[in-house]
Write a protein that binds this ligand. Structure first.
Ligand code: ZN
Length: 180
């Protein structure tokens, strides 16, 4: 039986708001869409020289200082003889169409030179390392948005560096000599 005192206590609880049902606050849901860390640059001729572009690549892809000298020995030819770009990794000779002189294309071609420094065993190990992180969201995104990466493992290697840069999975960085 409810006593007068109990009724008073209940009344005070109501006044103090203690009996109000607790509604947990709903945290705001912020969905940040995943994007490629180094998105595609606009193509087209630019007033920037190949040297300017190379400096931007060094900075934006965080190329280690100790390897800058090595990368400066790559001969870069700006020529309309190629539709986009190509590289003879062994002789470190790169050709880029003037319309495609940008950091991303440079990063892709430089990755081919880095790949050529791997031994045959390391090239096989790269495939295994890639398979071990194949489901990483950034790699899924890369394959979706840049199907050119699926052309071959060599192109995949270059596209991972070009679009992910320092954000690539740690397991893969081992296979990018002189870039990390
Ligand atoms: Zn390529």
């Amino acid at each position: 039986m409810r006593t007068f005192i109990q009724a008073i206590i209940e009344f005070i609880k109501i006044i103090l708001g203690k009996d109000k049902p607790l509604v947990p606050p709903i945290p705001p849901v912020i969905v940040v869409p995943l994007t490629l860390p180094h998105p595609e640059e606009a193509s087209g001729t630019s007033a920037r020289t190949i040297e300017d572009i190379k400096l931007e690549w060094f900075v934006q892809w965080d190329v280690p200082d100790k390897y800058i000298k090595f990368w400066n020995t790559v001969k870069i030819e700006v020529t309309t003889k190629v539709s986009v770009a190509d590289t003879i990794a062994e002789t470190k000779h790169m050709r880029i169409n003037p319309q495609w002189v940008n950091q991303g294309v440079l990063a892709h071609e430089m990755a081919h030179i880095s790949y050529a420094l791997l031994t045959e065993q390391q090239k096989q190990d790269f495939i295994l390392a890639y398979d071990s992180v194949i489901g990483a969201p950034l790699l899924v995104l890369l394959r979706e948005q840049k199907p050119y990466s699926l052309t071959s493992m060599v192109e995949m290697h270059a596209e991972i560096y070009r679009y992910l840069g320092q954000s690539m999975m740690t397991e893969l960085k081992l296979f990018y000599p002189k870039l990390f």
